[in-house]
Design a binder for this molecule. Structure first.
Ligand code: IPE
Ligand code: IPE
Ligand code: MG
Length: 252
């Protein structure tokens, strides 16, 4: 998948990002601010997901990837973890038919073996049902971690090529959990923290980073437009100089 790698070749850049990856953070604080239980923030957070999918579709974004549950989120109180699982199930139950009707392809990536078998089956069914849809690919990262991904890809690569001693990017890339998508152009983290929290470590190599204090439940189409406007101001050099970019523009 060389053409898909920002370190192997300079990718084609479009005014509208093709792939936006988001860390949906701040649900708990959104609720606490309102003297509500954290749960209320997660419920609102699911609504914000619905709005964001729609906003991306209307803007012509092709890939939206959302961090829903990290491999480290198991460290939370058991009640909160099980509530998040239930919310995920309910959202799948309610939304998949609508997604399918709107030509949205759903992918769920992460170590799904940790989920109960009913949830795993629902995920498999939803992915099968929507696999040929082309308008937007919505990827939900669940029990996902960037390190998990690199390690699971390494294991699959070695299983596929026993004796491989000097792997290249091309050997590894097809086994990464997001091999079906181009690398994210734009990374957004809501909720005020400025860190990556083990999200898409490999794929974010050349993503433009955007951080906002807005809590996830309040992150809407207008907020997305601000992030896109910021993205459109950036000069994506991929290691080259500004002068080279000017020359390239003149030549084209
Ligand atoms: C993000 O919101 C949702 C998940 C991690 C599942 P948080 O629950 O992390 O909200 P804060 O950061 O505590 O406000
Ligand atoms: C990152 O948010 C994970 C998700 C949004 C799913 P966290 O709230 O778990 O991140 P940290 O712990 O503050 O870094
Ligand atoms: Mg958080």
């Amino acid at each position: 998948m060389t053409s898909n790698s920002s370190t192997q070749a300079v990718p084609e850049i479009y005014r509208m990002p093709r792939h936006v990856a988001m860390i949906m953070d701040g649900n708990g604080r959104w609720a606490t601010r309102r003297f509500l239980p954290r749960v209320a923030g997660h419920v609102k957070g699911v609504e914000a997901v619905r709005g964001m999918v729609e906003a991306c579709v209307t803007r012509g974004i092709e890939f939206l990837t959302l961090f829903a549950f990290s491999s480290e989120n198991w460290r939370r109180p058991p009640d909160e973890v099980s509530l998040l699982m239930r919310l995920f199930m309910t959202a799948l139950e309610r939304e998949v038919a609508k997604m399918h009707a709107n030509d949205i392809r759903l992918k769920v990536v992460g170590d799904l073996s940790a989920f109960d078998s009913k949830l795993q089956e629902m995920i498999a069914q939803a992915q099968r049902k929507t696999e040929n849809n082309t308008r937007l690919t919505l990827t939900i990262c669940a029990n996902y971690g960037g390190r998990w991904d690199i390690l699971q890809a390494t294991q699959k690569m070695l299983a596929a090529n026993p004796g491989l001693t000097a792997p290249t990017e091309d050997d590894l890339a097809p086994h990464l959990a997001l091999a079906f998508a181009p690398e994210p152009d734009l990374f957004i983290r809501t909720g005020g923290e400025q860190r990556v929290s083990n999200f898409m470590l490999w794929q974010l190599a050349y993503a433009e980073m955007y951080f906002t204090d807005t809590y996830w439940p309040d992150f809407d189409g207008d907020a997305l437009d601000k992030a896109i406007a910021s993205y459109q101001q950036r000069e994506r050099r991929f290691g080259r100089t500004s002068e080279q970019l000017v020359e390239q523009k003149k030549a084209s």
